[in-house]
Design a protein around this ligand. Structure first.
Ligand SMILES: [Cu+2]
Length: 236
């Protein structure tokens, strides 16, 4: 009987520890609060007049006193990512369905690395095939001018509307004025407008090797909340 009780107790404690670790890592690795595109008025589009929503995202080259950066799950990870870039204020994006959405990107980082695939230096999925780069309309950039991308895609198996966007984001050149935090004083500005369809759940990530290790696809590139996240089209 005693042995039986000890066995039961051991199992109960074991299950408790596993559940505890599970709850701890779930809490640590949870999605950041969603950043929602808000509707302001309407826009004339090839699909007629649609509600118009806007959203602003910044890309910083490293955490600093100015911008804390995404949550890290340990001091080891904090160290590993202390010089790594991230999207801000959230990597969980929500946009309304059947709406014209404009995302404004402010890119604060300087030059690094080189894009592996020129496809990602082209604009894909915007309303008219272009984006505004510092106020100028462009449909692609030179691959040497790109430092991050915002690339939204579908899961391989799903039966929701297909959805794909690619926004190349420009570097600040080596001569750009940087502040103490290492951020460009006059960041690169990109405005990208696209039309959403019916609701769906997608993911986005950066396609530029801006992390470290694994051909620079480690570090920020493989950490939730830094260079990738969720992109949800929600019923409006
Ligand atoms: Cu990146």
């Amino acid at each position: 009987m005693k042995r039986f009780l000890i066995t039961v107790l051991t199992v109960v404690v074991g299950v408790g520890i596993v559940a505890g670790i599970g709850a701890f890592s779930w809490w640590n690795e949870r999605e950041p609060p969603a950043l929602k595109a808000l509707v302001f008025g309407t826009m004339d589009t090839p699909q007629g007049e649609l509600p118009h929503a806007t959203l602003e995202l910044a890309i910083y080259p490293n955490p600093s006193d100015k911008v804390a950066g995404p949550r890290t799950t340990s001091s080891f990870e904090e160290n590993l990512l202390s010089e790594q870039p991230f999207y801000w204020p959230s990597s969980s994006i929500q946009v309304p369905a059947n709406t014209a959405v404009t995302i404004t990107f402010l890119q604060y980082g300087g030059p690094m690395g080189q894009l592996y695939n020129d496809y990602f230096s082209e604009v894909h999925g915007s309303m008219d095939g272009t984006m505004l780069w510092n106020g100028k309309s462009v449909s692609k950039m030179k691959s040497t001018e790109v430092t991050h991308t915002f690339t939204v895609h579908d899961y391989p198996q799903s039966n929701q509307p297909n959805f794909f966007l690619n926004v190349p984001l420009p570097i600040n050149d080596a001569k750009a004025k940087m502040d103490k935090a290492g951020y460009a004083e006059d960041p690169q500005k990109v405005e990208f407008t696209f039309i959403t369809g019916d609701p769906g759940k997608y993911v986005w990530n950066c396609q530029f090797p801006c992390g470290d290790m694994y051909q620079e696809f480690g570090g920020a590139m493989q950490t939730r909340g830094w260079m990738g996240g969720t992109f949800e089209v929600v019923a409006s």
